[in-house]
Design a protein around this ligand. Structure first.
Ligand SMILES: Cc1cc2nc3c(=O)[nH]c(=O)nc-3n(C[C@H](O)[C@H](O)[C@H](O)COP(=O)(O)OP(=O)(O)OC[C@H]3O[C@@H](n4cnc5c(N)ncnc54)[C@H](O)[C@@H]3O)c2cc1C
Length: 455
């Protein structure tokens, strides 16, 4: 199929490569410009390296729990060189696979920096010194974001860090202050604590993971306290100083956290400067590109997807947006179609225990006065949790009491990120609680808590 359409994609992260592959399959002539690696910051700097380090940290903590499995405990030591090459291998393999697949589908990849020079023209300064002027019917901007740091901080990459300075792990901090208790902050707390660092977490409000189900946050706080993490609740960083041994983080309530390192995990800012957006009239808001449900900016044929769109900053969402862009470029969806519903995106936090949720949260329903039915089953009631020697956590399903339709749910515990898929499918397909309850699942499996919660 040849549509005679030309799509230029700026950025090769999850949004860019999903759009490229999906559009190429539909016969669109696709050129992708990427200034770093195909796979994007997700593979190079954020999602993949952080999850790889967390997996190694989990393996380390597992060696201290062997006695519960009828084995002798062992203290594992981290081999920084081996861990670094493992991160590199995974990253390169993923990036090469994506590149090869795109090239095999006919996508042209240019390594370099791109900017818009007209509503249908993209200029590229390629890394090989060449320049290109690309003509496009449609343009997708998916240039991602980078870590935000407060005005009073100048990260030095040695002791004062952003999340991206933590890989490859040249040294493991003896002690570290993590500033920010959202998803990224708590994952970093978990990661460094697994590697034996003394961690202090600055929690600007009274609960880690602000906005999440308080019951879920409480499980995580308890785990942190048990592992010796110091929680500075209600503390915001207002200053940072270098000391002879590391850093001193000064909080607005007068407390001071002295550690060898500090890492800022307080959100991100969009990569939109220098893209020529103002010159062609693309509207931005705080640097992000507002989009409609088809991922179109204020200019119909200029799309934005992924983190730069200011929607949910998740790889999975970025990929789905990319696929929606491809669909729209060839004239919109064909056949039965669902619009991307950000409220139904599943997300996970890779701490120990893992935390995952989807759809309506209990606290959100109470706040809006919506009637809900909540069923909760602890994993300790399943045989598999005992076999695994890990009974922590629970499954919670939220449904509409009148219709039985599943509205949301949360899971805390081992494999929560995998198990939430069942509730996510139910939420997306408007299934009823009884549909989950009627499924004949495997025994012994943690998923049995799902069918029990659906009883
Ligand atoms: C520490 C951390 C952990 C995370 N873990 C998870 C997780 O477990 N699960 C999850 O779903 N999400 C996770 N995320 C979020 C996830 O990484 C992002 O949602 C995802 O990377 C967004 O994809 P994207 O396509 O928008 O952009 P990116 O992955 O940021 O890619 C954008 C690309 O655009 C390129 N680019 C920028 N400007 C230009 C230009 N002018 N010319 C050419 N190329 C350009 C960049 O080089 C980059 O490669 C995590 C984020 C962080 C910070």
């Amino acid at each position: 199929m040849n549509t005679n359409k030309r799509l230029v994609i700026i950025g090769g992260g999850p949004a860019g490569h999903a759009a490229a592959t999906s559009a190429a399959r539909r016969g669109v002539d696709v050129t992708m410009v990427e200034r770093d690696i195909v796979g994007g910051a997700a593979h190079l700097l954020d999602c993949v390296p952080s999850k790889t380090m967390i997996a190694t940290g989990a393996a380390m903590s597992f060696t201290n729990q062997l006695s519960g499995m009828g084995l002798e405990d062992r203290d594992a030591e981290v081999d920084v060189t081996a861990l670094t090459s493992r991160i590199e291998d995974i990253k390169n393999r993923l990036s090469n696979d994506v590149s090869d697949m795109l090239v095999s589908q006919g996508v042209k990849i240019i390594k370099g920096s791109a900017r818009l020079t007209g509503p249908h023209t993209v200029h590229v300064d390629a890394h090989d010194g060449s320049t290109h002027t690309l003509e496009a019917d449609d343009i997708l901007i998916c240039t991602g974001t980078r870590p935000r740091v407060p005005d009073f901080v100048v990260p030095d990459g040695e002791h004062i860090l952003t999340t991206r300075d933590c890989y490859p792990p040249r040294v493991f901090p003896e002690s570290i202050t993590v500033i920010g208790s959202g998803v990224t902050g708590v994952e970093f707390v978990h990661m460094f604590a697994s590697f034996g660092a003394k961690v202090t977490l600055l929690v600007s409000r009274q609960q880690v993971l602000p906005g999440k189900d308080p019951e879920v946050a409480a499980v995580l706080e308890e785990d942190f306290l048990q592992r010796g993490v110091r929680l500075f609740k209600g503390a915001r960083a207002i200053g940072i100083e270098r000391t002879a041994t590391g850093v001193k983080v000064i909080c607005d309530d007068g407390r001071v956290s002295e550690t060898t390192h500090a890492v800022f995990a307080i959100g991100s800012i969009p990569n939109t400067e220098g893209l020529g957006l103002e010159d062609v009239g693309v509207v931005t808001d705080g640097g992000y590109i507002p989009i409609n449900r088809h991922c179109q900016s204020n200019i119909e044929h200029i799309y934005a997807a992924g983190d730069v769109s200011g929607k949910l900053p998740l790889s999975s969402v970025a990929s789905m947006q990319g696929r929606k862009v491809a669909e729209q470029v060839v004239g919109g969806p064909k056949g039965p179609h669902r619009h991307l519903d950000y409220d139904k995106a599943a997300s996970a936090i890779f701490t120990e225990p893992e935390i995952a949720d989807v759809g309506l949260a209990e606290a959100e329903a109470f706040a809006s006065g919506r009637k809900i039915r909540v069923t909760k089953v602890p994993f300790s009631t399943t045989a598999k949790a005992l076999i695994n020697n890990d009974s922590r956590g629970f499954v919670k399903i939220i449904s509409d009491p009148a219709t039985g339709v599943v509205l949301g749910g949360s899971i805390v515990g081992r494999h929560a990120a995998e198990l939430i898929s069942v509730i996510a499918l139910a939420v997306t397909a408007n299934l009823k609680v009884t549909d989950i309850g009627d499924a004949l699942l495997v025994h012994p499996a943690l998923a049995e808590a799902l069918t029990d919660a659906a009883e």
